[in-house]
Design a protein around this ligand. Structure first.
Ligand SMILES: [Zn+2]
Ligand SMILES: [Zn+2]
Ligand SMILES: [Zn+2]
Length: 1272
């Protein structure tokens, strides 16, 4: 886009080690440069002088040297006395050369407002004028642009039509850097000028305000202030350079053009006297004239006096009382000053002269003072003539009838000429004045604008971008300031829908790591700097890099437990980069890169300490101490690792330990004898301890297992496993293998041993055996895979399918109905996680056993579809009423694919293929540490299933007749945990594959899943979503209605906290609070619930869902945007300026209020409906369950964290709860268990209810040693 950029420099702009060669610093575009040349409101004129055709009077005595009386036309004739003029003896009129030299320099331009001159040289040359020593002294580091690039292009503008590569010049300013004598031709101030300037400087001090008490003068003086300042600068510089004139140099970095410009070289008569005289005459015209003619008459009079002196040698003193003089000029201090500037001297009235006279200076060339006066008068004559000529032009209308004096000077505006040379002409640069609000905006905005080298009169999108990139190119070190300017300007512009379109550029630049001052401030406060933040310390140069790095590490560590930790970490990384770059600190950048590569993450923390994820706090502290002892040199790293683990697990004990060096756990109170025992952490067993403690509280389970206590004899496990017997039994709806039976018996014997210890141990905690953990966490399928990996299988039975295989793998690929709501991700497709990922289908193990046909006629094959659903021939549900009229025969059973005669097997095949499942998201890699110990991790539900499967298998009475051995009535697992439900699937729309129809199927069920992605739900709401939902069934929308036929004594409700974010393709944990109570009534979900109540509830539920959906819609998208925008904009208005479009803000505010109103309405309505819904069921309290266990996961992410369980002390003390936290068991209140967990990362993932009065839970089973015996 623009030439000469250097990517290395632009990337490493902040880095002191990246050399910036030939980078001249900030530059500016031609329009801004033009405005700097001279006051842009002043016009500069070229002045050309013709030697005047004024003849000296015919001499009476000497023909050459004496003057004759002035011609009658001359006005001065009447102003002076009628006596013969006095002529100097050595009178010589000025030569043409003297006249020409009255203009200071061929490149000098006259400014009327200053009554002065400006030297301006525009030149294309590779050779720049030399810098004066004083400039090098004051700016030793300012570099000239790379001369080779300048040589390459003669002129940015002539070489390349505007709009191409470099667009326009980029000038760099070198103030007061070159000497006027180095110009061609050299400029030298005249001796009179030097003297005059010195005098001028003194006079300025003497004069003061008292002299000009007249208002008008005061005004004129104010208008002239700039010129005074400039003048004094020139004088100062002159003094420094021994009266030479210094010029500012502007060099284009892209081409060979340079511009040299001087300050104002003051004219002979100070501008304020000129302005004063003009104003005085204009406002008080003499009789018979108007303002303009009076002004003309005055100036022409003075010019004539000078011309008479110079060309006619009229040296007679001027009588200021003369009639003409009085009429045309008058007399006051201003006029006196003017004549004195010209070298006339005032003589007081004396003798017979009642009024004073003005005595002309000597203009005798042969004396030094004479030639001095001569030169000064000639200069003044040129200046006054130029001034008058310009006045005449401006007041042409008022001077129509005026007969002007002949002027020998011609002036032309030079503006267009030098604009063209600079490239600032309107043809070369588009003009567009900034909107008013910019002009009125705080200084800052203008500053930003100027920072980019732009003037407020010429810009467009292209130029704006050029200006920015050119600044970054020529002054990479200040990239941040330029980007700040762009963003700042852009922001103001947006509010006014300005013409500059920066959006893409800003986005691109941000993606290159550009940041603004504000970004820097935000970065600092993000890391805790600033009075108002954690560190109570401003980030300035006194803060060392290492301190910044530590502050950053601290934030990173804390982020591991934050709900939005990943996002926070990205922000922290960005913040540190910004701070590092703003400090120009390569060390910090390297440290950051290093941290990103090798920094402590939770994974690294565990592997650094060489402990498995989930290891308990006590063991962690022990190992930590050990590691430090082993490798003292690594103690910092170990400590860092422990810090991360402390944060990840939100462990107060570890934090305290790190802070004090003491383990607070050492002084924990010992468990009471009649309290449950804790379980020591084995590492990597995460939720297993919770699960084992839970199993222990279930009395029937405990009793059933107790007799199978540990034996290490493999033969015992293999006893009575007869292949024929095996075939008679099914567990989880499938056949089992011999090795599974052996494995299960082993598991149960270990479990029994653990239970024995829990019952009898005197120590506060016992340790589960490694085998137990392994068998609980690893499924037979996992083992089989491991075997395969090792190149062989232990058993010959290759069809050794397992439960987990079926539920985790098999189900995922089968065309399970998918939730159709877009906001609920397909849970069954989320990556494996310990927090549960199941959707419908958890009940799958019932399949095959319990297919029930509702329509007897279709009991044969073709009506069973691939999911075990059975077609209900005539759509019976009112929800499918609209579909009843479809042409398909209503008497004939229909199959899903519409082909009644199709082969069942074929259908299954086809239908499995048809609905293409979305691709599975990548599964997170198994943690190294868990690999170390147990291989694959499964979620809680899978682990629970695996345990129950093994318990059931181990308890099989293999030798007994089938009807006795394996039935619902005898299997303790089935009896305790499994209910029966009916699923009814009604296709809501017809597709080419499916005709409208209703299918039913019955299933066993062990967990009820509740989706927790919704806010402000209670358990009933959550369950309702499961019992009546719209799902995606083979690509068609279907209503899934579920009702319970039979409920087990133990009701397990799984809160599905692991959600899947489609955008990031990552699993995350939902922390939404789901309200639950001590009691739940399941009546409303039962198959035999009163039909009329069900119908009423359904209507209410539908409206409730609508309102909630609307609330979600409003809060998650539109409203939030509006609210944020409004808040942002209104805040900005208060902070900056009032010009923010009020109408826009009002509209926005109106919209915001409308949305707020609707939200309020929807929320109120939802509340009413919820109350109504509960009223419908309020007398239905037949199926009552009481809360017995709450499984909790603490941690922000699904991959890390800590698990514990609350269990109610049943039946002894139902208001007391135990908290089982690995080895630690404590008593907590009901309030803690039922607390609103909003905002916390510790929240329930599994709730267990027990049927009221079923007595299945007996929380504590302890053999308390007799104190008497203990004493012995
Ligand atoms: Zn000027
Ligand atoms: Zn150029
Ligand atoms: Zn430049």
């Amino acid at each position: 886009m623009i030439d000469g950029r250097d990517q290395v420099e632009e990337k490493g702009w902040w880095d002191q080690d990246v050399g910036m060669i030939g980078r001249p610093g900030p530059g500016m575009l031609p329009p801004m440069m033009e405005s700097k040349l001279h006051n842009p409101e002043h016009t500069l004129f070229t002045v050309s002088v013709t030697p005047p055709d004024i003849k000296p009077p015919v001499p009476t005595n000497a023909p050459e040297t004496s003057s004759s009386p002035p011609p009658p036309s001359s006005p001065s004739q009447s102003s002076t006395s009628s006596s013969p003029p006095a002529t100097a003896p050595s009178f010589t009129p000025p030569t043409p050369d003297e006249v020409r030299q009255a203009v200071p320099h061929p490149n000098a331009y006259y400014c009327r407002k200053h009554n002065g001159w400006v030297l301006l040289v525009c030149k294309s040359s590779n050779l720049l004028p030399p810098f004066v020593p004083s400039f090098r002294k004051s700016s030793p580091h300012q570099q000239l642009p790379d001369s080779s690039r300048r040589t390459r292009t003669k002129n940015c503008i002539s070489d390349q039509p505007y709009g191409q590569t470099n667009k326009t010049h980029h000038f760099h300013e070198y103030p007061c850097s070159i000497d006027a004598t180095s110009l061609v031709p050299p400029y030298r101030s005249r001796s009179w000028e030097r003297e005059e300037n010195a005098k001028h400087a003194r006079r300025k001090i003497e004069v003061g305000a008292a002299y000009f008490d007249n208002d008008m003068v005061q005004h004129a003086v104010e208008g002239d202030r700039k010129s005074q300042e400039e003048t004094s600068i020139v004088i100062d510089a002159k003094e420094a350079e021994e009266s030479t004139l210094l010029l500012d140099l502007y060099v284009c970095c892209q081409c060979s053009l340079y511009v040299a410009v001087s300050g104002v070289i003051p004219g002979v008569i100070p501008a304020r006297y000129i302005e004063y005289l003009t104003m005085d005459k204009y406002q008080k015209p003499h009789p018979g004239g108007n303002g303009a003619t009076s002004v003309m008459a005055a100036w022409e009079t003075i010019i004539t006096v000078v011309e008479n002196l110079l060309w006619k040698g009229n040296t007679k003193p001027l009588r200021i009382g003369g009639k003409a003089f009085v009429r045309k000029l008058g007399w006051h201090s201003g006029i006196k000053m003017i004549f004195e500037s010209l070298g006339f001297s005032y003589k007081e009235a004396q003798g017979d002269e009642p009024i004073g006279t003005l005595v002309p200076p000597s203009i005798d060339k042969t004396t030094s003072s004479g030639s001095f006066n001569r030169e000064r008068l000639l200069r003044a004559w040129v200046e006054m003539s130029s001034y008058t000529e310009e006045f005449r032009r401006r007041y042409a209308d008022e001077l129509k009838d005026y007969q002007p004096h002949t002027l020998w000077v011609k002036t032309d505006s030079a503006r267009e000429t030098y604009q063209r040379e600079l490239g600032a002409h309107i043809d070369q640069i588009p003009r567009s004045g900034l909107p008013d609000f910019f002009e009125r905006a705080p200084v800052k905005v203008k500053e930003m604008w100027e920072k980019l080298g732009l003037s407020s009169t010429a810009y467009n999108t292209d130029l704006f971008h050029f200006a920015y990139f050119a600044q970054c190119r020529c002054d990479p070190r200040n990239t941040k300031d330029y980007f700040t300017a762009v963003v700042e300007v852009d922001y103001r512009h947006k509010l006014k829908a300005g013409e500059i379109d920066n959006e893409t550029m800003i986005v691109e630049e941000r993606s290159r790591g550009r940041f603004t001052d504000e970004d820097l401030q935000q970065a600092a406060s993000l890391l805790g700097f600033g009075e108002a933040n954690d560190l109570k310390l401003e980030l300035d140069d006194s803060v060392e890099d290492n301190f910044v790095l530590q502050a950053w590490k601290d934030k990173i560590r804390r982020s591991w437990t934050a709900l939005d930790g990943a996002m926070q970490r990205n922000q922290y990384v960005d913040a540190l980069r910004i701070i590092a770059q703003s400090r120009g600190s390569r060390e910090l950048i390297v440290a950051l890169e290093n941290e990103q590569r090798n920094g402590m993450t939770p994974e690294k923390a565990y592997s650094t300490l060489e402990v498995p994820v989930g290891v308990d706090e006590e063991m962690l502290i022990t190992i930590f101490n050990m590691r430090i002892e082993e490798q003292p040199s690594q103690s910092d790293k170990m400590r860092d690792a422990l810090r991360v683990i402390a944060e990840v697990t939100e462990s107060d004990r570890l934090r305290k330990f790190l802070e004090t060096g003491m383990d607070p756990g050492d002084i924990a109170a010992r468990t009471k004898p009649d309290w449950p025992r804790g379980l020591n952490q084995l590492g990597n067993t995460c939720y297993l301890n919770s699960l084992l403690q839970y199993f222990y509280t279930i009395k029937d389970l405990r009793d059933a297992i107790a007799p199978l206590a540990l034996s290490d004899d493999k033969l015992v496990f293999e006893e009575r496993v007869d292949e024929d017997d095996l075939k008679k039994h099914r567990v989880g709806g499938r056949a089992i293998t011999r090795s599974e039976v052996v494995r299960s018996r082993k598991f149960v014997s270990h479990l029994a041993e653990l239970f024995r210890q829990l019952e009898n141990s005197n120590s506060p905690a016992v340790t589960p055996s490694l085998d137990l953990a392994k068998l609980a966490l690893v499924t037979s399928k996992d083992e089989e895979e491991d075997e395969t990996d090792r190149g062989g299988t232990e058993t010959s039975n290759s069809t050794d399918a397992t439960l987990v295989d079926e539920s985790a793998g098999g189900l995922r690929e089968s065309p399970q109905p998918q939730r159709a709501k877009s906001e609920s991700p397909p849970l069954s497709r989320s990556p494996s996680s310990v927090l549960g990922k199941r959707t419908r289908g958890v009940d799958k193990k019932g399949e095959g056993e319990d297919q029930a046909t509702i329509d007897g006629a279709s009991a044969e094959a073709p009506d069973i579809d691939m999911d075990g659903f059975v077609l209900v021939s005539k759509p019976p549900s009112p929800t499918s009423a609209g579909l009843e009229n479809k042409p398909s025969g209503s008497d004939t059973p229909m199959t899903i694919d519409g082909d009644g005669s199709g082969d069942v097997e074929m259908q299954v095949e086809e239908n499995v293929e048809t609905p293409k499942a979305p691709p599975l998201p990548p599964r997170p890699k198994t943690q190294g540490s868990s690999e170390m110990m147990f291989g694959k991790q499964h979620d809680v539900a899978e682990c629970m299933d695996n345990c129950m499967f093994q318990i059931e298998t181990a308890l099989l009475n293999l030798g007994a007749p089938l009807e006795v051995a394996d039935s619902d009535k005898t299997s303790v697992v089935k009896r305790l945990f499994y209910g029966k439900m009916r699923q009814r699937l009604t296709l809501l729309e017809e597709s080419k594959n499916h005709k409208a129809s209703t299918h039913e199927r019955e299933d066993h069920i062990a967990h009820l899943p509740v989706n927790v992605s919704d806010e402000q739900f209670d358990l009933y709401d959550g369950l309702s979503g499961y019992f009546d939902d719209v799902v995606d069934f083979n690509g068609a929308k279907a209503r899934m209605e579920v009702s319970l036929i039979d409920l087990p004594p133990i009701l397990q409700i799984q809160l599905q906290r692991v959600q899947f974010n489609r955008e990031t393709m990552q699993a995350y944990k939902s922390h939404s609070y789901v309200k639950f109570g001590e009691t739940i009534y399941m009546d409303r979900f039962m198959d035999d619930a009163p039909a009329e109540k069900r119908a009423t509830a359904k209507v209410i539920q539908e409206e409730l869902t609508q309102n909630r959906d609307r609330v979600r819609q409003l809060t998650q998208s539109k409203y939030e945007t509006i609210d944020n925008t409004w808040t942002f904009l209104s805040k900005q208005t208060a902070m900056t300026f009032e010009e923010v479009d009020e109408t826009f803000l009002d509209d926005l505010k109106g919209e915001k209020e409308r949305v707020e109103q609707e939200l309020e309405t929807c929320r109120r309505r939802a509340g009413e409906l919820k109350t109504q819904l509960e009223e419908v069921w309020q007398d239905q309290h037949r199926v009552e369950y009481e809360l017995t266990a709450v499984f909790v996961h603490r941690g922000a992410s699904p991959t890390f964290g800590h698990y514990f369980i609350y269990q109610r002390w049943l039946p002894n003390d139902p208001d007391s709860w135990f908290k089982y936290n690995d080895s630690d068991v404590s008593m907590v209140t009901k309030d803690e268990v039922l607390a609103d967990t909003t905002g916390s990362t510790a929240n329930p993932y599994l709730l267990v209810y027990a049927r009221k009065d079923s007595q299945v839970i007996q929380t504590v089973q302890r053999v308390v040693p007799d104190p008497d015996i203990m004493q012995i």
